[in-house]
Design a binder for this molecule. Structure first.
Ligand code: SDX
Length: 391
């Protein structure tokens, strides 16, 4: 147990900050949120319980859970003028482009939660962002298909309400499918936080300048969008569809190993995990459960399973310690739920918002914030003179 908290000096020299929120052991494939293993959280908690744990450091009791849930639900509506903001975008805009825009624009509507030096503002911001991201995400989808926005329903769960806002229409009753609701909630839990990944580090860097929380979250969304990070779930499903069948897998494995080919196996490899990403194990299990309960045959799952089997037995992947990561199976579940591929990274951003907020809050709880200011190794010209050019 005590070996968990001893670091070698080398590690600490590269650590960007101290945090008590999430612990990862990349060699062992361990992920803890406030000390609780991700496998147990995925099995026994719901997303709002995990959100409370990440934000406040301890799991909620029943009363605290009800109070937290009620406060989140109170903030699910967005200012009516934000819906007009959407109409400034093309219908075929990538939803992550819209999310970057509208999340930052929240600062223009909620002035009573932008003073980062006011603890009441900071508390209100946490509830507003956690509650409004699903509403904004669903609005992105509705806008893209030309359907009316659906207002949040407070009698539904966090994930049930999200599915309602995504798929209900004013024309007919919509009943939340409990299988999809549970799968959606589990996907949100598995993406909630992940230590100092690129987007969380982006949020912390933006926060270190005293930027308002909505601007910091917009920066995190921008960073997450890249295919090397949160954009990998969209890239992975596109890759599986391009491979198309099991017999084409060897061709793609060879492409992934070819140093002259920029192709990489999407959903494989990780900067920290040099073992199986524990979230990918839960995701794979959930994949099987959801497809079985929905009685859906998805050939992409067969391709993914065979791709994993071949890659994990290939010396290149073994030597480079490349295993499936959180993005490898998530797309298959999201497709089964009915989420379009273009919205996959928005799902990641929606779920990760609570992690970003938890880190943002932790910075203020740790006292005076010093601006993040990395240095560099200069490899440019030595000093030289610039004389006036006769023009
Ligand atoms: C997420 O940081 C986080 O915690 C992120 C995340 C979170 O929850 O926030 O976990 C979410 O972003 C997961 C990662 C999603 N990205 C992908 O699935 C994209 C595909 N993966 C790769 O781009 C890559 O594995 C990275 C970017 C994820 C990690 O790259 P690293 O650790 O910097 O590894 P590297 O680029 O130094 O590669 C090491 C070697 C290289 O070969 P050599 O030059 O040493 O011979 O492994 C090879 C790479 O070419 N390699 C791969 C590969 N990933 C690395 N080869 C083929 N396919 C891959 N996917």
């Amino acid at each position: 147990k005590n070996q968990l908290f001893t670091y070698d000096p080398g590690f600490m020299s590269t650590a960007s900050c101290k945090s008590a929120i999430t612990y990862i052991d990349g060699d062992e494939g361990v992920l803890l949120h406030r000390g609780y293993p991700i496998e147990q959280l995925a099995e026994n908690a719901d997303y709002l319980e995990v959100s409370y744990l990440l934000l406040f450091g301890e799991r909620p009791n029943k009363e605290q859970y009800r109070e937290f849930e009620s406060r989140v639900k109170k903030h699910t509506l967005v200012h009516e003028q934000i819906s007009r903001f959407f109409h400034g975008f093309r219908r075929d805009s990538h939803p992550m482009a819209i999310m970057c825009g509208v999340s930052g624009a929240l600062a223009a509507f909620y002035h009573d939660s932008t003073d980062v030096n006011n603890i009441y503002h900071r508390e209100l911001t946490a509830y507003r962002l956690l509650a409004k991201m699903p509403t904004l995400a669903a609005m992105c989808y509705k806008y893209s298909i030309g359907q009316p926005f659906m207002y949040p329903q407070r009698h539904l769960s966090f994930s049930g309400n999200f599915l309602y806002m995504m798929f209900a229409t004013p024309c007919e009753p919509y009943v939340v499918n409990p299988v999809l609701e549970k799968a959606m909630d589990k996907i949100f839990i598995l993406h909630a936080d992940h230590e100092q990944n690129a987007s969380t580090s982006t949020v912390r860097t933006a926060a270190s300048s005293g930027a308002n929380p909505f601007a910091c979250i917009a920066a995190g969304i921008a960073s997450l969008w890249g295919p090397a990070h949160g954009g990998a779930n969209e890239a992975c499903i596109n890759m599986l569809e391009e491979i198309g069948s099991v017999d084409r897998i060897p061709e793609y494995i060879e492409k992934a190993k070819d140093k002259n080919d920029p192709f990489r196996l999407m959903g494989f490899g990780h900067r920290v995990y040099k073992n199986y990403d524990p979230r990918a194990k839960v995701m794979r299990q959930t994949c099987h459960e959801v497809l079985k309960e929905l009685d859906v045959q998805n050939p992409l799952l067969d391709v993914a399973m065979e791709l994993e089997r071949i890659a994990l037995s290939d010396p290149y992947f073994v030597e480079h310690k490349l295993y499936p990561n959180v993005d490898f199976y998530s797309g298959i579940i999201l497709k089964a739920i009915g989420i379009p591929v273009s919205m996959f990274t928005v799902m990641f951003a929606l779920a990760r918002t609570v992690g970003w907020i938890a880190h943002w809050k932790e910075m203020y709880n740790q006292g005076a914030i010093k601006i993040v200011r990395p240095r560099q190794i200069y490899i440019g010209h030595p000093q030289r003179d610039f004389d006036k050019m006769e023009k």
